[in-house]
Design a protein around this ligand. Structure first.
Ligand code: GLC
Length: 445
């Protein structure tokens, strides 16, 4: 059954304006932000010692384990099937443009042979290989951007000042922040100089921040972020912080965890994050519905149609989507994730132009029909079978239009002018086909 949707205001010019870099005026920075936003789709990889326990990345806390027992897994970590090229091929095949990998997660274990720590890193496992180095090389070969997730919270070190989450592992450890900050800066220098990431993606600050009912924030640690951000910017790398707080002046990308920007649902941690108007935005989410790190027996994978719809809904909100996979201890992506990603890639091969390098657009701002645009080209995305018709006002005549998704498979589209002057777009599809159907409309200048 068709649903008739009318967009209140459909003037293309009213679509979100270009990202301006008013806070950090340097040219490299504005260009890097723009490049980031154009990519629109990335793959998040959570991988580390926790993958070997196969219980998700919080197992040290959730399993109520002793850290000295947990960290012994370092001596057993030997992912014999790890193949960075294979990872990069799968990611590229999915249509994604970048990878963000956990260089060091909350458990404090580093995936590169860092000299800055006490030896809790990949070079002291039987595996020994430089995971980040191999991945950086593979990404270069495939033309993918590589970014690094970096945990601010640490469940391993003695100098980390424990906040509300780390306390469950470290007890009331006061730590020594000056020492911990020196350690982080030394690691960040290694990461940036050694592997040239596009962005450092922080996580864990939230364990030292509480949002009060009166709207204020209470913080139990001064991280001295200005110093850290200035250091990263001095090396021409972007900064993002998954802190669930309003964006700071020196942060380049606004992050939303498991929530569409602007939805501000409590469950998604984003209840107190107003959407930044002048920064690129990224929503991160999980392909295995409830966990980031590998969890054996977790079978609730999102179907490919849903992954595509999530990327498209984010793009329509002018945001990127970073979809997570958690490889197992053998070093392989879960087989089901590989299958899903290949199907997502097929969709992108036919419809990618409606996502990459586009801007969010308010012509259709429902849940099941959304829109993106590039200049005078408008893309209407029909995300749900059964919701197949829309009418909206638009400036200018239609120059041309077509259905992007290959037709001849039972899909049809029709674009016409209704009596009230509105543009009426209607599609039909086989009932079993739940993939986003895209109608591309080019308007005269
Ligand atoms: C949360 C979790 C963490 C995960 C992150 C990804 O902050 O603590 O395990 O890495 O979300 O966004």
């Amino acid at each position: 059954m068709g649903v008739f949707v009318t967009a209140a205001s459909a003037v293309l010019a009213a679509c979100a304006t270009a990202h301006t870099a008013e806070c950090v005026a340097e040219q490299w920075n504005a260009a890097a932000r723009e490049r980031f936003a154009e990519q629109r789709f990335g793959v998040f990889i959570h991988w580390g010692l926790y993958s070997a326990y196969a219980q998700g990345e919080w197992y040290l806390v959730q399993g109520k384990l002793d850290e000295s027992a947990y960290s012994r897994m370092k001596d057993g970590f030997c992912p014999s099937k790890f193949d960075a090229r294979e990872w990069a091929r799968i990611v590229k095949g999915a249509g994604a443009k970048y990878i963000t990998i956990t260089s060091r997660h909350h458990d404090g274990f580093s995936l590169w042979p860092t000299k800055a720590d006490d030896g809790y890193n990949i070079s002291n496992t039987p595996f020994r290989r430089d995971v980040l180095g191999e991945l950086a090389e593979a990404c270069r070969e495939e033309g993918l951007q590589l970014n690094f997730y970096y945990s601010l919270m640490d469940w391993h070190r003695k100098d980390y000042p424990a906040g509300k989450s780390a306390r469950t592992v470290l007890g009331d450890q006061k730590g020594d922040y000056a020492s911990y900050k020196r350690f982080m800066l030394a690691q960040l220098a290694e990461l940036i100089d050694g592997y040239h990431p596009g962005c450092i993606w922080f996580d864990g600050e939230w364990e030292h921040a509480t949002h009060n009912d009166d709207g204020s924030w209470e913080r139990s640690l001064d991280w001295e972020f200005d110093d850290i951000y200035d250091f990263i910017h001095s090396k021409k790398v972007l900064v993002a912080n998954n802190n669930h707080q309003p964006i700071r002046a020196k942060e380049d990308i606004q992050l939303f965890e498991r929530d569409l920007p602007g939805d501000n649902s409590d469950a998604g941690f984003s209840a107190h994050q107003p959407v930044a108007q002048d920064r690129p935005i990224e929503q991160c989410d999980v392909i295995q519905k409830n966990v980031w790190g590998y969890k054996i027996g977790e079978s609730s994978f999102r179907p490919p149609e849903e992954v595509v719809a999530m990327v498209v809904r984010a793009a329509a909100k002018d945001a990127n989507l970073l979809m997570n996979v958690g490889p197992d201890a053998s070093g392989r992506f879960p087989a089901k994730a590989v299958e899903v990603m290949a199907k997502v890639g097929k969709w992108f091969a036919a419809n990618g132009e409606s996502v990459y390098g586009t801007r969010g657009c308010a012509v259709a701002s429902g849940k099941d029909i959304v829109s993106t645009r590039r200049g005078r080209t408008l893309y209407l995305h029909f995300l749900a079978p059964g919701v197949d018709e829309i009418a909206f006002k638009v400036d200018g005549a239609v120059k041309e239009w077509r259905l992007l998704s290959p037709s001849g498979q039972g899909c049809r589209a029709d674009v016409s002018r209704a009596e009230d002057g509105k543009l009426r777009v209607k599609i039909s599809r086989p009932e079993a086909d739940a993939f986003d159907k895209v109608v591309k409309i080019t308007l005269a200048d």
